[in-house]
Design a protein around this ligand. Structure first.
Ligand SMILES: [Zn+2]
Length: 486
């Protein structure tokens, strides 16, 4: 099946091909966090979807160049800095760092670039673009000294959101200066400085001020990825006005189609409701970690539902994520025991499990892809129960897993410790020490088995279990395993 995605612009599934025919290079721009507070799990649902997109494209042999911006100047960041009585950069820095920590916890691949809106390079680019828009009649400075985009002059305005401009009405949230605009839908390209901005501001041909949020993305996207971008992503709440405005500004300047495909991720709900601080169902990544869950469990829970379907986050769902990952862990362990040395010999065999990639080709149908994975686990487990799975087949499935795990990144940090009659303890990862108590019990158990004292050996197994360690007897000796979450 051809690789295809649902393009918000056309509201259709379209086959994907990079803008340069024959090229394997794909450029992706994703709207990043506004660093005025710690991002919440709803934000991370979108970042996980973008991670899945990038990794699947890479699995299909594309070379992805991804840019994710950091919005570090807007109304919220300025208000935050003002309330905290610190400079804007001092206020936003901890939230930037927290964001990078969280994406690491969730195993989200880092973008190639994380441009920040306050970087002078991009401020210059924003000013340059606004100048071009004014020269073309697409922008104007109003009496309040702010510069606005004239939406009536851009015929395609509203196309992405499938929005009728005549329906644009005052939302009641307009500031007093909104009355200076020619059309209620005209959005700010450059906001004139006012007292609330404190010391935040840049000089421009239109006076001191700061960029509007939308122009930040147009400037950073075109500066780093060029006039035409293959894929632009974000959450559905970004479609209007943010992405609509990005199109108008970018195309208004370059005269070229800004983005080939727009992909948007649906909302995240918590217990069936919109997440909000007042409902007490607002969670950050550390909030979920504090409940005892791990980064990979959160990753699983946020990834498992198709990106265009609203995802309902529940604690029950977190438990299911843990169980599902446990099944994968157990399956891999069984396969590895059967595969043994065969794993080193076997070559990648593409006959194994092409259904997984096929499902992702179909607009990233992760539910179908995971359905296939768990069906495979069921079937191969059944075969292993009956001793009907040979080493070469086990190795084949392991190779397949290694390939799909490049996309999923679900593998645990499982550590194994071997207890063998000759080699007392060998650990795969010497940086991990086996707790002394566990080591002593495992050693005793090995001796008990050598003495064929199976009753004692079973008792010791129970004691190990109680400490959170699993003892398995394999043809290579006793293997002690503990699952660590990340
Ligand atoms: Zn953006």
């Amino acid at each position: 099946m051809a690789l295809r995605f649902f393009n918000t612009y056309s509201r259709k599934l379209e086959n994907f091909a990079p803008r340069d025919p024959g090229s394997r290079n794909v450029s992706i721009y994703t709207c990043g966090p506004t660093v005025y507070s710690r991002a919440h799990i709803g934000n991370f649902r979108a970042y996980i979807f973008e991670d899945l997109l990038q990794r699947h494209l890479e699995l299909r042999g594309y070379k992805v160049h991804r840019v994710m911006n950091i919005t570090d100047v807007d109304d919220k960041t300025i208000r935050g800095a003002c309330d905290a009585k610190v400079s804007l950069s001092k206020f936003t820095e901890p939230f930037k760092q927290a964001f990078f920590e969280d994406i690491k916890t969730l195993r989200i691949k880092r973008a190639d670039e994380f441009p920040a809106a306050t970087d002078q390079r991009y401020i210059d680019r924003m000013i340059e673009m606004i100048g071009v828009l004014i020269a073309r009649g697409l922008g104007y400075q109003a009496e309040d000294k702010s510069v606005y985009f004239r939406i009536n002059k851009f015929p395609n305005y509203g196309k992405l959101a499938h929005f009728d401009l005549t329906q644009l009405q005052s939302t009641g949230r307009v500031k007093h200066d909104e009355y200076d605009k020619e059309h209620i839908g005209d959005f700010a390209l450059w906001k004139a400085w006012d007292e609330e901005d404190g010391d935040v501001g840049w000089e421009s041909p239109w006076g001191r001020g700061r960029p509007g949020w939308h122009i930040e993305c147009s400037a950073m996207a075109t500066a780093l990825l060029g006039d035409r971008i293959d894929i632009h992503c974000g959450g559905v709440d970004n479609i209007f006005p943010h992405h609509e405005a990005e199109i108008a500004q970018s195309e208004g300047v370059t005269g070229k189609q800004f983005v080939r495909m727009w992909l948007h991720c649906a909302h995240l709900l918590v217990d069936g409701q919109k997440m909000s601080k007042s409902l007490g169902n607002f969670y950050t990544i550390p909030d979920v970690l504090t409940k005892g869950y791990t980064g990979r469990e959160i990753r699983y829970a946020l990834m498992r539902v198709h990106y265009r379907v609203p995802l309902n986050f529940t604690w029950e769902g977190m438990k299911e994520a843990r169980e599902s990952l446990g099944r994968i862990d157990d399956w891999l362990q069984r396969l590895r025991e059967i595969a043994g040395d065969e794993l080193d010999k076997s070559k990648i065999d593409n006959h194994f499990g092409h259904e997984f990639g096929d499902a992702l080709d179909d607009d990233l149908n992760i539910s179908a892809a995971l359905g296939f994975l768990f069906e495979t686990i069921r079937e191969t487990n059944r075969a292993m129960d009956r001793n009907k799975l040979d080493a070469a087949t086990a190795a084949g499935w392991l190779n397949w897993w290694n390939r799909i795990n490049e996309v999923l990144d679900f593998e645990s940090g499982t550590r194994h410790f071997w207890f063998r009659p000759l080699e007392v303890t060998r650990s795969f990862d010497s940086s991990d020490a086996l707790p002394e108590e566990v080591s002593k019990l495992a050693e005793e158990r090995m001796q008990a088995r050598l003495a064929k004292d199976f009753r004692k050996s079973d008792e010791l197994r129970d004691q190990l279990n109680a400490l959170g360690w699993e003892a398995r007897d394999t043809k290579d000796g006793q293997k002690i395993t503990r699952r660590v979450g990340v």
